[in-house]
Design a protein around this ligand. Structure first.
Ligand SMILES: *Cc1c(COP(=O)(O)O)cnc(C)c1O
Length: 372
């Protein structure tokens, strides 16, 4: 592993790229008469209000150093090991663009069923996909994954806890893949890590220079609308991402609100605890329903459920204005709906409608039996 160099994975022109140098790159002081960025010196076209408390006429910190200083000790990493993106989708796209030459043999490897953005991002970039399905109970097939890695495979995406199945991948299996991938990076997407047991893979960053960990403010932190994603990796990898990102990719309000959230870790933890308690209740009440065939084990804030008649149940719920995610067309997820854990009242509304559907299904079966 010591011989791994991210530079060897980079597309040649990315390796030699001289990046855009912003005004805030060239002068980093805070005080002075700023006439270097063509900003409006008078202020913003905003009335001060609770939603826009400040002035936004100056470009934001391109490297978000205040958030990184605050985030690093919380995550047990160095600030230089953090890249922040406009959602996790930004580092997903940047990693593909940095390493994979479009339309050539370069490939990324994914383990369906999994988060859709890896495939979409690869396809937008015209990058080849290698798919190694999870096992039918959604575990990582180590031998199949290692056998499928090609010399030009640049990125292996592991999602743990996995979306849409909800389960964490076995950590021993993940480790085997990281150790076998001597010429590729392994990205562990931990969007749902706060709802799971056990340590984050961020604790292994110094051991594995080919490891990248994604997390997000969109789920446990309750900040999906801000669009703030975290990427943890070696300083070498973070430097490359900084070089190719749009200069001011995280807006000033997002930086300010992200920083504020980091002062409220206890509030995030309390919400996670409440969601975990509701998840347990939801799972327990789904299991006995006659229309439920299987409730899959979950380490996330959602649960994958196999129903007798997923499509009809999905439509029935839509008619009741209860919206869940139809995953029944997804590999290994036939008959499955993915249900996010809501508040207690929301979950009760869902369960009441499912119970009602189950009752009417039973009635129509009985009616059928009478007329035939
Ligand atoms: C929700 C989710 C994300 C988060 O994406 P953002 O762009 O940060 O909102 C990332 N990965 C997975 C697997 C997810 O389900």
């Amino acid at each position: 592993m010591r011989t791994f160099q991210f530079a060897n994975l980079l597309r040649p022109h990315i390796l030699t790229l001289s990046p855009y140098s912003s005004a805030r790159d060239e002068y980093t002081g805070k005080e002075g008469v700023f006439l270097d960025a063509n900003e409006n010196p008078l202020g913003s076209a905003l009335r001060a209000s609770t939603t826009s408390p400040g002035q936004y006429n100056r470009y934001p910190d391109p490297y978000q150093s205040a958030i990184k200083e605050r985030l690093a000790p919380i995550k047990g990493v160095r600030p230089g090991q953090i890249f922040l993106g406009n959602g996790s989708d930004e580092p997903i796209d940047l990693l593909i663009r940095a390493t994979c030459t479009p339309g050539q043999t370069d490939s990324i490897l994914i383990l369906p069923p999994t988060y859709g953005m890896y495939e979409v991002s690869a396809t937008i970039n015209d990058v080849r996909l290698i798919k190694v399905p999870l096992t039918p109970d959604f575990h990582l097939d180590v031998e199949a994954v290692i056998a499928a890695i090609e010399p030009t495979t640049k990125i292996i995406w592991l999602c743990s806890p996995n979306n849409p199945s909800g389960n964490q991948l076995d950590s021993g299996a993940i480790r085997q893949v990281i150790e076998a991938a001597t010429h590729a990076v392994v990205v562990v997407d931990e969007a749902y890590i706060d709802f799971a047991q056990g340590p984050s893979w961020t604790t292994e960053l110094d051991r594995y220079p080919n490891l990248i960990v994604l997390q997000t403010f969109s789920k446990a932190w309750g900040l999906a609308a801000l669009r703030l994603g975290m990427c943890f990796a070696s300083e070498e990898i973070v430097r490359v991402l900084n070089k190719i990102k749009p200069p001011y990719n995280i807006s000033a309000p997002t930086q300010a609100l992200g920083l504020e959230a980091l002062d409220n870790v206890a509030q995030k933890d309390a919400m996670v605890a409440e969601i975990l308690a509701e998840r347990a209740v939801l799972v327990e009440q789904l299991r006995p329903l006659s229309i439920v065939e299987q409730v899959y084990p979950t380490d996330a804030n959602f649960v994958l459920v196999r129903f007798t008649d997923a499509k009809a149940i999905f439509e029935y719920l839509i008619n009741k204005q209860v919206i869940v995610r139809d995953r029944s067309k997804v590999m290994l997820c036939a008959g499955c709906l993915r249900i996010s854990v809501g508040t207690r009242p929301e979950n009760e509304v869902l369960l009441a409608h499912l119970q009602q559907y189950a009752n009417s299904a039973r009635l129509s079966v009985n009616a059928d039996a009478l007329t035939h």
